[in-house]
Design a protein around this ligand. Structure first.
Ligand SMILES: [Zn+2]
Length: 318
């Protein structure tokens, strides 16, 4: 097996991603670290299990619901394909951020074909293939034929596909909460130069933006759903919970177990490609010509999507 190189250490050290809350040195994993190990020191943790899990649950569920609600509300005035263009912009940043959490699938090991490299790449491919397999009978590549036919199935699958990376985020948080020497959760979020509030703002903002990919798919593919306000609310709650479950499972188990989150991110990156394809399809309409104005509008919406999640990441830098 190839030993970790200085290049790898440099790359990992300077990767400031939202997904892994990874500017905390103690939470940075190299692919060579074990996938899972137990941790006994949490018995001495300053922050209790419930005291850590409740704020995490709130910081994940509430913004996710608000984000979904906003995009579905926007769907009342914007065309579905405009929501898709904006959400595809979010996806582009999300993908780069998540694959960085996966140490870029161990590319730094070159042609080592180590078990670590095979495992990381394998999980990426597995995540990708599994989602397309689940959805193979729902016109993945004929988006116009998939509109309004499959109930909540498509947005639910999108919720899982973009939610899986939350296992890594939750696990990183659980590890942080159980290992911190601070009695204050906010202080423990701070990096060596402080910035606990900024990290929280960044996390909360990105947790509102990610589910917009799900909300856009809800507006595009589930047009027959939620005719009443109560029905829509129920759908959005179900999508919120589905999206948040991996984050909560990661945080709860990560309090007691140390995971190498690289593998979760590899799986999550592959899985998220399903969401990309579901968002990209509706951008194309072969039934009528596209005006030049429309083309520019779509380009601006994609740029806007990238920039809003970039804005969230700015809080996390420095
Ligand atoms: Zn995330």
């Amino acid at each position: 097996m190839v030993q970790p190189s200085n290049d790898r250490n440099y790359a990992l050290k300077h990767a400031s991603t939202i997904v892994g809350i990874e500017h905390f040195e103690s939470l940075r994993f190299e692919p060579q670290a074990p996938l899972i190990s137990t941790r006994l020191s949490c018995k001495l943790a300053m922050i209790g299990f419930i005291d850590s899990l409740l704020p995490w649950t709130a910081a994940t569920l509430i913004p996710a619901f608000v984000g979904l609600f906003i995009i579905v509300l926007a769907g009342n005035v914007l065309k579905a394909k405009h929501l898709a263009a904006f959400s595809l912009g979010i996806f582009l940043w999300f993908f780069v951020d998540t694959i960085r959490g996966a140490a870029s699938l161990d590319v730094i090991d070159a042609f080592s074909a180590s078990l670590v490299q095979i495992g990381t790449v394998g999980l990426f491919v597995l995540g990708l293939i599994v989602f397309f397999s689940f959805d193979r009978n729902r016109n993945v590549f004929s988006p116009l034929l998939a509109n309004g036919k499959y109930g909540l199935a498509i947005p639910l699958l999108v919720a899982v596909s973009v939610g899986i990376h939350g296992l890594g985020e939750g696990a990183a948080f659980g590890a942080l909460a159980s290992q911190t020497t601070s009695a204050n959760l906010l202080d423990s979020f701070a990096g060596p130069t402080g910035g606990g509030v900024n990290a929280v703002v960044s996390y909360v903002l990105h947790k509102a933006l990610e589910p917009m990919m799900i909300g856009a798919c809800y507006c595009i593919y589930s047009t027959e759903q939620g005719k009443s306000s109560a029905g829509r609310l129920k759908d959005l709650l179900l999508l919120t919970i589905t999206f948040a479950i991996p984050s909560l499972v990661g945080a709860a188990s990560g309090y007691y177990l140390t995971y190498n989150t690289t593998y979760f991110y590899a799986l999550g990156t592959g899985a998220s490609i399903y969401a990309a394809v579901r968002l990209a399809g509706p951008l194309y309409d072969n039934t009528q010509p596209t005006s030049s104005k429309e083309s520019i509008k779509m380009a601006f919406l994609i740029a806007l999507g990238v920039l809003v999640i970039y804005f969230a990441a700015l809080f996390h830098s420095g």
